[in-house]
Design a protein. Structure first.
Length: 216
């Protein structure tokens, strides 16, 4: 029985099975592919190389505006941010920079500059990233550590609804998608890590890190 890759719970059960075996954590409700059925790094990058993420594409910009607009409404002018998992065409970063913000880039394959992970930011964005993570527990903590007190984390990912919807869900057929979050999973993380959580539409979650409490 595999343990949960997000909260480390041993309480996991089979959720759904076809070509791959999907398990669900009974603690945080994460649904995840059995670790033995993940693709290797070469196959994973081959899929990513097929993505067409042109920063000038108006349709792609409209898609990313679902993240950009709510983030822009919440951050201060001239903020600094990091687009984590930006891919080969960092369109979201460009959109935010056009509004006067500074945005660093990190991507395991395309912008592997780990120096940008050694400072803190007013906001961190991760669009269509979290569902690819083999170790979401590790990366989630990295994201929280990257945020200044009061900073915003923006996550875009499709959410699990129920097992009937999951059975016909196109999202799970991408071989690089290995973890699937639900509203309950984000609510679990927000409560555990003392984050303010907002759901924006069907696939954007904004989480605000608590302000540091000054001690007299």
């Amino acid at each position: 029985m595999p343990h949960c890759p997000l909260c480390e719970s041993q309480q996991t059960n089979i959720y759904f099975e076809d070509k791959r075996q999907y398990w669900q954590c009974q603690t945080c409700q994460l649904v995840f592919v059995h670790p033995d059925q993940r693709v290797d790094a070469e196959a994973e990058k081959a899929v990513y190389d097929l993505h067409e993420n042109d920063p000038q594409d108006l349709g792609y910009r409209r898609f990313l505006s679902r993240m950009a607009n709510p983030i822009l409404e919440r951050i201060e002018p001239n903020s600094t941010g990091l687009d984590f998992g930006c891919g080969p065409g960092p369109a979201l970063a460009m959109m935010l920079e056009e509004q006067g913000h500074q945005v660093a880039l990190y991507d395991h394959y395309y912008y592997p500059n780990k120096q940008v992970l050694e400072q803190q930011y007013d906001f961190v964005t991760a669009t269509e990233v979290i569902e690819h993570l083999f170790s979401p527990n590790v990366v989630w903590q990295v994201w929280l550590d990257l945020l200044k007190p009061g900073g915003w984390l923006g996550v875009m990912t499709k959410l699990v609804k129920d097992v009937d919807a999951f059975a016909t869900w196109h999202y799970r057929h991408d071989p690089t998608h290995v973890v699937f979050f639900s509203r309950a999973t984000f609510e679990f993380l927000a409560k555990r890590d003392q984050l303010q959580l907002e759901f924006i539409g069907n696939d954007v979650m904004l989480l605000k890190k608590g302000e540091r409490i000054s001690r007299a």
